[in-house]
Write a protein that binds this ligand. Structure first.
Ligand SMILES: NC(=O)c1ccc[n+]([C@@H]2O[C@H](COP(=O)([O-])OP(=O)(O)OC[C@H]3O[C@@H](n4cnc5c(N)ncnc54)[C@H](O)[C@@H]3O)[C@@H](O)[C@H]2O)c1
Ligand SMILES: O=P(O)(O)OC[C@H](O)CO
Length: 378
């Protein structure tokens, strides 16, 4: 491709050059964009830019020629029509402070690729972006789904959801972020799409613990199935639509993350199940396992909403060292004495389950003349 042809390509920026940021940069470049990555470390920026490699995070992967990298934020963001963010969730806010002056005055969509909540505030990443960039929420999108980076970097086909409260933004991002091996669907349920990605990490830690202990497929299938109920109850109580949790960003990602040894959350759980302490696990992980930081804020939000999450509670106890990992399996319900209904842990008597809340929301929307229910506001 000549320089003139390359200059005519739509420009996008990807902030964060770990395994997912770099893989997403490849997705975008293979989809026909001129991509500039921002890497915190100059040597990593240099390797991506010059050698078209990211040997630390994506060993053995050749990156496209149309992928560039810099460690200067201003260079990465210059002229970007869309901006993708992929840094560990706990570091997002501090990084956005540097991004803000560089994007003021532009209307480029800002896309979160992250799957965590902020530990100290319990906020989703799109909420942190809205706060720190002071931008219209209709400009923000999130991407989520069964997206293990290394598989996608090897061009194994998969699908994802692009979600924004603005259909127009979701469509624009989905059109840009797709190619022959990466298929994007759209929805407007940002809460469900983001929480799907956050919550499946917690269930994947539980599955890892079970694997580490040495339990088999029955235990894992039970936890995945009951985990989906917990995810749905929690997310719907926060304003999500239950269908989103049944889709790619919920069930789809839950399956991928719970099954794959590539998952960092699954790996962290496995180490816990083998008897390593939380501190040892953190030391051994050289990549981001978002679930470890999301457990406490998710449980706090669950308590505030009156939602019971027995599996996530058990994960927290294992992390805190207050429960033997071998005890995780019998605690799939909150009450060992009384049989529970299977459909939802929270039942109608406890204020309604996921399905009931979803129906309530539809009814609200109907009463609201077709506008989104007030329960849906971020
Ligand atoms: N890897 C995947 O398969 C995958 C897939 C989908 C979503 N995600 C999500 O993407 C997000 C990023 O994960 P990842 O897999 O790329 O993580 P990673 O550990 O592979 O990379 C994280 C990157 O962030 C950088 N970093 C660390 N601390 C930083 C700081 N304080 N400021 C700026 N940069 C910092 C690291 O140097 C590294 O380049 C997470 O929220 C994760 O859940 C990951
Ligand atoms: O490696 P994990 O556990 O962060 O999971 C990666 C992706 O979220 C899978 O979709």
């Amino acid at each position: 491709m000549s320089r003139r042809q390359e200059a005519a390509l739509p420009r996008v920026a990807v902030i964060g050059a770990g395994s997912w940021g770099t893989t997403f940069g490849k997705i975008l470049a293979d989809g026909g964009a001129h991509v500039t990555m921002w890497a915190r470390r100059p040597e990593l920026a240099n390797e991506i830019h010059e050698a078209k490699r990211n040997s630390e995070y994506l060993p053995g992967i050749n990156l496209p020629r149309d992928m560039h990298a810099t460690h200067h934020l201003s260079e990465a963001l210059d002229g970007a029509e869309q901006i993708y963010l992929s840094i560990p969730s706990q570091a997002l806010r501090e990084n956005l402070k540097a991004v803000r002056p560089l994007v003021t005055g532009t209307d480029a969509p800002i896309v979160s690729l992250m799957k965590g909540v902020e530990r100290r505030s319990g906020l989703r990443m799109s909420q942190v972006i809205e706060q720190e960039l002071h931008c219209d929420p209709a400009r923000i999108a999130v991407a989520s789904g069964p997206n293990l980076a290394l598989e996608i970097a090897r061009e194994q086909p998969t699908a994802a959801v692009i979600s924004s409260i603005s259909q127009e933004t979701a469509d624009a991002v989905a059109r840009r972020a797709r190619n022959r091996y990466f298929r994007t669907f759209v929805n407007t349920d940002v809460i469900g799409t983001e929480f799907g990605g956050v919550l499946k990490n917690l269930i994947a830690v539980a599955i890892g613990i079970v694997d580490g202990v040495g339990y088999g497929e029955n235990t894992k299938a039970s936890i995945i199935t009951r985990g989906l109920v917990e995810m749905s109850d929690f997310a719907v109580a926060q304003g999500a639509e239950v269908e989103t949790l049944q889709g790619l960003a919920g069930l789809g990602d839950l399956i991928a993350t719970c099954q794959s040894p590539l998952s960092r959350n699954n790996t962290a759980g496995r180490l816990l199940g083998q008897g390593y302490s939380f501190q040892d696990v953190v030391k051994q992980m050289n990549q981001t396992a978002e679930g470890l930081a999301s457990v406490a804020p998710v449980l706090q939000l669950a308590r505030e909403a009156g939602i019971q999450m027995p599996i996530v509670e058990q994960v927290k106890m294992v992390l805190d060292g207050t429960m033997d990992p071998r005890e995780i399996a019998p605690h799939l319900t909150t009450d060992d004495d009384e049989p529970q209904g299977e459909r939802t842990q929270n039942g109608q008597a406890g204020g309604g389950g996921a399905l009931w809340r979803s129906l309530q929301r539809t009814l609200d929307q109907f009463r609201n003349g077709g506008r989104r229910s007030p329960r849906d506001s971020a």
